[in-house]
Design a protein around this ligand. Structure first.
Ligand code: H2B
Length: 114
C-alpha cells in the first residue's frame, strides 16, 4: 500500500472541480446526498459500505430519513489524502449513476438520489 499522500490546498481545489456538490471542511471531504426516503437511504448506505470495504478505506456517515452525509479523511494522518479523493470519486460515480439515453435500461422512474 502506498504511503499516505496528503493533498495541498490547491490539489483539494482541483479535486473538488471533479466532485459536484462536495466541499472540503475542517480537514474532511464532505457531501450531503438527498434520497427519496428511508429505503433508498438504507440502500445507499449499504452500497457505500460495500465500496468502502472493497477499497479498505472508510468514510464517516451521518444518516437521516432522506439523506446521507458522507465525510472522508485519512484517519492515520487526520488529513485529506489521495485515498480520500479516490474514494470520493468512486462513491460519487456510483451514487449518481443512472442509465444513459442510449441505454436499454429505463432507469428509476421517480426522483433519484441527488
Ligand atoms: C487496518 C486498515 O487498513 C486501516 O485501519 C484502514 C481502514 N480504513 C481507513 N479509512 C480511513 N478513512 N482512514 C484510514 O486511515 C483507514 N485505515
Amino acid at each position: 500500500m502506498a504511503d499516505d499522500v496528503i493533498l495541498t490546498e490547491n490539489e483539494i481545489t482541483e479535486t473538488l472541480k471533479e466532485l459536484p456538490g462536495w466541499e472540503a471542511k475542517d480537514g474532511w471531504l464532505r457531501r450531503k446526498y438527498k434520497t427519496p426516503g428511508w429505503a433508498h437511504t438504507m440502500m445507499l448506505t449499504n452500497m457505500i459500505g460495500y465500496v468502502a470495504e472493497a477499497a479498505n478505506h472508510h468514510p464517516d456517515l451521518e444518516i437521516g430519513y432522506a439523506q446521507v452525509i458522507f465525510k472522508i479523511q485519512t484517519h492515520r494522518v487526520r488529513a485529506i489524502t489521495e485515498s480520500d479523493a479516490a474514494l470520493a470519486k468512486k462513491i460519487h460515480e456510483a451514487v449518481t449513476w443512472l442509465p444513459s439515453e442510449e441505454s436499454p435500461l429505463s432507469g428509476f422512474p421517480k426522483k433519484w438520489i441527488e
